[in-house]
Design a protein around this ligand. Structure first.
Ligand code: FES
Length: 142
């Protein structure tokens, strides 16, 4: 990758993050506008927008639950965690509750491997999880 391409990729990621912060998610129109401003193909910008788990191309709920699916967490109660969350809020990974309270996503490592299994809700990391603790944690997010 040339220096110009590297700079463009860095600019793209920064603009996507800023747009997500401003609008809550990245619509096709927003991605197309950013791609045009950087003089790059829309498909390339869309590819970056869909690659990173912290970027969303669909509107999200007020609270985003991210469950780590990387190996250390996966090997420690991943299924219990996803089952408990599904049971509590009635949606599967990739979905948003009809009332817009929660979006439920699977993600790669969230940097809390030493506390696996871990989940993140918005910017809060939760660990040492049990079904009861998950229910209690979820109740705190309105
Ligand atoms: S592997 Fe789950 S937090 Fe790192």
């Amino acid at each position: 990758m040339s220096k110009v391409q590297e700079t463009k990729q860095t600019d793209l990621l920064e603009r996507l993050k800023q747009a997500q912060h401003r609008y809550g998610y990245l619509s096709e129109k927003t991605i197309a506008r950013i791609a045009k401003a950087l003089d790059m193909p829309i498909g390339e910008a869309y590819g970056v927008a869909t690659f990173y788990s912290f970027l969303d191309t669909k509107p999200q709920g007020r609270n985003i639950i991210r469950v780590c699916k990387s190996l250390p967490c996966f090997l420690k109660d991943y299924q219990m965690i996803t089952d408990s969350i599904e049971g509590e809020i009635g949606i599967k990974p990739g979905e948003t509750t009809p009332d817009g309270r929660f979006s439920f996503q699977l993600t790669n490592c969230i940097g809390a491997c030493d506390k696996a299994p871990a989940i993140m809700i918005n910017s809060d990391v939760h660990s040492d999880l049990t079904p009861d603790k998950i229910a209690q944690i979820l109740r705190a997010y309105k």
